[in-house]
Design a protein around this ligand. Structure first.
Ligand code: SF4
Length: 367
C-alpha cells in the first residue's frame, strides 16, 4: 500500500498536538517497506522544528572511571564479561574532571555528562559526585548530567541538592530481553533508579541500544515506556561491534532503519531531547546528517570507549545542514575555535593559514 501525504501529515500533527500514535501505526512505521523515508523524515522534522527549532544540543561525555566493572552487560567493553582491550582506571582526579568540564564548555557543550562504571555508587562516591557537581555548576554555565549506576532516593536527593540537572540511566532494551544482555542487575533496578530520580525532582535521561536482536515491537514498547516516564532526554544508541564483547555483531541495522527508529522516538516523545548517540557514524554512514531531522541532540567527541567524528567535522556537519547550536557561542565561532586548536593550524606559517573553514567569506556565509 502506498502511504498518502495525509498519512505522514497525520503522524506529525498527532505528535505535535500530544495525541499518542497507536501501537499498530508505530509498528508499521518500522516494518512497512512502502513507507518512504523522506516524507517520514519530513514529518518527524515538523515535530522537531515545532518544539526544538533548528537547534542542536551538544553533549560531551566524560568517562570519570573506566572499566573494572562488576556488572556483566554484554554490550559493554567495561563489563566483567568482556575481554575488550580498554584503558581501565578507577577514578579521575577532581582537578582533571573540572578541567574537562571547562573544556566541554569552551567547545560549545550545552551539557557535560560524567559517567562512572559500576553497579551503584556507595555513599562516599555519591558525596564526591555531589561535591563535583556543586563546583562545576558554580564555575561554568553548563548543565550537568551524571550516570553512575543504580541509585536510591537518598542518593538522588543528595545530587539534586548539589545542583545536578539530570540523571542518566539507560533502559537499553525491553524488560523481556534484559536477562539476555545482563544478569547482574535487572530491568526493574534500572526502572527504580529512574523513578528515584523523578521523585528527587531530577530530569530523567534514559535511552536505548538498538541492534541487540530486539524486535520492532520491543522498540515501540521502549519508546512508549520512556514517554510514560516523561524522559526529558533519550539517547538512541546503535550497537557497535567491539572485539571482546559477548554481544558480537549488531543485528538488523541499516542506515534507513536507524533513521526510522529515530523518527519513532521523536513521534512518541515530541518534546524530549532525542539524541543520536553511539553508532551515529558507524551505522548511519552516508545518511548521518539526516539524523538531525528527527534528533535534536548528539554527542561530540566520541563515546565512552569508542571514537566518533572529530569536533571539527561534527560542527561542519551541523553548519552545512543549516542547523544551529544551543550555546552562547555560534556554531561558526565554535568551529573557528576548533580549527585554531589543531596542530596543523598552530604549526602552519601565517601565509598558509588559509583553511577554507577560516576564510572570512565562508565564516560570514555560515553565520
Ligand atoms: S554498562 Fe555500566 S554497569 Fe554495565 S558493565 Fe558497562 S559500566 Fe558496568
Amino acid at each position: 500500500m502506498i502511504m498518502t501525504k495525509q498519512w505522514y501529515q497525520t503522524l506529525a500533527e498527532s505528535s505535535i498536538t500530544g495525541k499518542l500514535i497507536g501501537t499498530d501505526t508505530c509498528l508499521q512505521l518500522l516494518t512497512d517497506n512502502s513507507i518512504e523515508l523522506l516524507p517520514l523524515l519530513d514529518a518527524a522534522f515538523q515535530v522537531r522544528k515545532y518544539f526544538h527549532k533548528r537547534e542542536v544540543t551538544i553533549h560531551i561525555i566524560n568517562n570519570v572511571s573506566n572499566g573494572l566493572c562488576s556488572e556483566d552487560c554484554n554490550y559493554c567493553p567495561q563489563s566483567k564479561s568482556s575481554s575488550a582491550e580498554i584503558a581501565a582506571y578507577t577514578e579521575k582526579s577532581d582537578e582533571e574532571i573540572i578541567t574537562e568540564a571547562q573544556q566541554a564548555y569552551d567547545a560549545g557543550a550545552h551539557r557535560y555528562c560524567m559517567v562512572y562504571a559500576g553497579k551503584r555508587p556507595n555513599r562516599q562516591r555519591a558525596e564526591r559526585i555531589a561535591n563535583l557537581v556543586r563546583t562545576i555548576k558554580a564555575l561554568y554555565p553548563i548543565e550537568v548530567c551524571v550516570s553512575a549506576g543504580i541509585m536510591d532516593e537518598s542518593s538522588t536527593i543528595l545530587l539534586k541538592e548539589a545542583g545536578l540537572d539530570r540523571l542518566n540511566h539507560n533502559l537499553n532494551t525491553s524488560a523481556t530481553r534484559y536477562k539476555k544482555i545482563c544478569n547482574t542487575h535487572s530491568f526493574a533496578d534500572r526502572l527504580n533508579t529512574l523513578k528515584a530520580a523523578r521523585c528527587a525532582g531530577l530530569e530523567v535521561c534514559s535511552g536505548i541500544i538498538a541492534g541487540m536482536c530486539e524486535t520492532p515491537a520491543e522498540l515501540v514498547e521502549l519508546a512508549l515506556m520512556l514517554h510514560e516516564l516523561e524522559a526529558k532526554s533519550i539517547p538512541v544508541n546503535f550497537l557497535l561491534p567491539i572485539t571482546g564483547n559477548r554481544l558480537g555483531e549488531p543485528q538488523n541495522l541499516s542506515p534507513q532503519y536507524c533513521l526510522k527508529i529515530l523518527c519513532l522516538f521523536r513521534f512518541l516523545n515530541p518534546q524530549a531531547e532525542i539524541r543520536v548517540a553511539a553508532g551515529r557514524e558507524y551505522h548511519l554512514r552516508s545518511l548521518e546528517v539526516m539524523s538531525l531531522y528527527p534528533a535534536n541532540s548528539l554527542f561530540m567527541d566520541g563515546y565512552l570507549n569508542t571514537k566518533g567524528k572529530s569536533r571539527k567535522d561534527t560542527l561542519k556537519m551541523i553548519i552545512d545542514a543549516g542547523f544551529t547550536v544551543k550555546s552562547d557561542k555560534s556554531a561558526p565561532e565554535l568551529l573557528l575555535h576548533e580549527v585554531k586548536n589543531t596542530e596543523e593550524y598552530k604549526s602552519a606559517s601565517p601565509g598558509l593559514k588559509s583553511d577554507a573553514d577560516l576564510h572570512p567569506a565562508r565564516l560570514k556565509g555560515l553565520s
